[in-house]
Design a protein. Structure first.
Length: 102
């Protein structure tokens, strides 16, 4: 089992949205670095969910439940992967606290 970090903009798709859906296609991944990581994901891998912008914290965990695939519906080059919500953290882990603890 491998561990990954997935970033989301809470104004677009928050952890609350993910929790309500239970399972989602994690899409909209366009950066080359992120695409490389998406391509490495396999079912059973765990993913820490990081909310950017105002939260700037790791807020929960998910599990990869499908093989990564090229999102042909996206006119921009992108990849996606199916994930299942696992849990939210009682206390989000802030980016500031991560940076403060080398």
């Amino acid at each position: 089992m491998n561990y990954f970090l997935a970033k989301t903009d809470p104004d677009t798709y928050s952890l609350n949205d993910f929790e309500k859906e239970g399972v989602t296609i994690w899409d909209g991944v366009h950066s080359n670095a992120a695409i490389l990581f998406i391509k490495q994901m396999r079912p059973g891998d765990r993913v820490f969910i990081y909310e950017s912008l105002t939260t700037k914290s790791i807020v929960g965990r998910a599990e990869v439940v499908g093989e990564p695939f090229e999102n042909t519906a996206d006119p921009r080059r992108s990849w996606a992967v199916k994930m299942k919500f696992l849990n939210r953290f009682a206390r989000p882990l802030s980016l500031a606290s991560i940076k403060a603890d080398p």
